[in-house]
Write a new protein. Structure first.
Lengths: 129, 397
């Protein structure tokens, strides 16, 4: 019993001088690890609109309209479960996973991301002009 | 009931079913006479989520992530069981490296699940300091899993025909470093558990289950092993890389809550050795093989030793990209009968410890109602009330 008491006392004493074990999250933001599965981002200039990502998505968070140069991808953050199967299934690696994790919000309408290749092409043409 | 009429104080204690924080709510109607439990009636099905039916409406790839979400703590056990079943239907085999990586994740998951459970039992007996220490150390494993798989809880490591991510040298050295920390702590905790009077008083001899009863009521996992039954799917029917790895099945003969606690603490050490051996033997090669998406008609059963015991998945395919029937039997269901046996004849104050002792997925009995049959009085208790009652009762006796 004595041994236990000293062990616990030792542990407790050590804890007094240690900094808290919990993360001081809102004040100090911990960097996610390198391979963290966060939000998928479409590299729309690469995308060919094959629709494979939309087919494998378990929660139907991806909608694709059009193919080739007129592809329009809608990604619904509020449905996404961050499994990254879309990025894995993409044959041309047009989906990147970024280490973001702070997505909380009050407005669902702000949680859809639209990637439009046509707009991108037009914008690039404008810049070129 | 006859006994109740004789003494005039048959009380029905209703435990459960709802608690928002935990999965698998469960309701127990416990009939007590004075302090003694006379009869226990479980009522299951409160969190029927229709997963089996949902799986029939999704493709095999989509089902991976549904299977993972059956349980948050043993998510890897569920996906391993699922991919094993699907690989069997496809008659493909994952490459050896993938099997070893699956083993590493499975054992890391077992370590964190057992640490979590040790904390919960310490909390139930009113030893919150121990609970805090154990959960603090569990974070080491959670961080490792995040580092390896990209997420703390749903690892998404398994895919049909292999694993999705490889282990590089940097990750391996991080795992080994983390394991050293956990090993040292686990050894210290085993010492503490054996000598700490707070734990001993509440667990020794509590919730006794004899080895005959453990076999008769089909107990699985650590519950069966704590009663001296050598039952472990990892040895009985080796899957992934367990047939190449040497390890012992930890068993004890006492069959009480204390031995369940010790079994899990010792299994942590055993799991650490398994991870080390798997990492040292890690074969070189591919981590996955390409598979077809359409599966010919067939059926199969797959078994996995989840942290809580034997997990069974059954799958039947019909030539499309979706399963025709999928059935899951989680270990808690198997242990439920043994739990009712253990709860009969004990003191009401021991109920939380025994309930927590089987490491249920449903220990979410936050609301309980006491109905006094004689006075027709109703009284609502929360789990905290029950815990407080248990602590006060033990102080008096």
């Amino acid at each position: 019993m004595g041994v236990v008491k000293t062990q616990f006392a030792f542990e407790a004493l050590k804890s007094i001088f240690k900094k808290p074990s919990t993360e001081e999250y809102p004040h100090k933001r911990r960097e996610p690890p390198k391979d963290f599965r966060g939000r998928p981002v479409w590299l729309i200039e690469k995308c060919v609109g094959c629709g494979l990502c939309a087919r494998v998505c378990p929660v139907k968070a991806i909608k694709i309209i059009g193919r080739g140069k007129e592809v329009n991808v809608t990604y619904l953050l509020d449905r996404c479960i961050f499994c990254a199967q879309c990025a894995e299934s993409c044959n041309i690696r047009a989906i990147a996973i970024v280490g973001e994790f702070e997505f909380a919000g009050y407005d669902k309408s702000k949680m859809s991301y639209i990637y439009d290749k046509k707009q991108l092409v037009e914008k690039e043409a404008e810049i070129a002009r | 009931m006859g006994m109740g009429l004789m003494s005039g104080s048959m009380i029905k204690v209703v435990i459960g079913p709802q608690h928002p924080a935990l999965k698998e709510p469960e309701r127990f109607i416990i009939e007590v006479e004075g302090e003694q439990v006379v009869q226990v009636t479980p009522r299951i099905g409160y969190v029927h989520r229709g997963i089996e039916k949902a799986m029939e409406n999704r493709t095999y790839i989509q089902n991976l992530y549904l299977a993972e979400r059956i349980c948050g703590i043993c998510s890897h056990a569920h996906t391993t069981c699922y991919v094993q079943a699907v690989e069997d239907l496809l008659s493909v085999e994952a490459p050896p490296r993938a099997k070893y990586i699956r083993t590493v994740i499975a054992e890391l998951e077992r370590i964190h699940s057992h640490l979590l459970w040790l904390g919960i039992l310490a909390h139930e007996v009113g030893f919150d300091t121990f609970f805090m220490y154990v959960w603090r150390d569990r974070e080491v494993i959670m961080d490792l899993l995040e580092e390896i798989s990209g997420n703390r809880v749903n690892y998404a490591m398994n895919t049909i025909g292999g694993v999705r991510r490889d282990l590089d040298q940097e990750k391996i050295s991080k795992i080994l470093k983390g394991l050293e920390v956990i090993e040292e702590k686990a050894k210290k905790y085993i010492q503490m558990i054996q000598k700490e009077p707070t734990i001993l008083k509440r667990t020794v001899g509590v919730g006794y289950l004899s080895s005959i009863d453990a076999v008769r009521y089909n107990a699985v996992g650590p519950l069966a092993r704590a009663s001296g039954v050598k039952r472990d799917v990892r040895k009985d029917d080796p899957y992934i890389a367990y047939d190449d790895i040497s390890f012992n099945i930890v068993t004890r003969d006492e069959g009480d809550c204390f031995s369940r606690m010790m079994i899990r603490a010792e299994e942590i050490l055993e799991s650490i050795n398994i991870v080390r051996e798997a990492l040292s033997k890690l074969p070189v090669g591919d981590i996955s093989v390409k598979t077809r998406l359409v599966i010919p008609p067939s059926e199969t059963v797959s078994r996995v030793e989840a942290p809580r015991g034997e997990l069974i998945h059954y799958a039947r395919s019909n030539g499309t990209d979706k399963p025709e029937r999928y059935k899951i039997r989680a270990p808690t269901l198997a242990n439920l009968k043994a739990l009712c046996k253990m709860l009969t004849g004990i003191y009401l104050a021991d109920v939380p410890v025994i309930l927590a002792g089987i490491d249920p997925c449903f220990s979410c009995m936050d609301r309980m109602q006491i109905i006094d049959c004689e006075k027709k009085e109703k009284q609502s208790w929360t789990l905290d009330d029950l815990r407080r009652y248990a602590r006060e009762w033990y102080q008096k006796h």
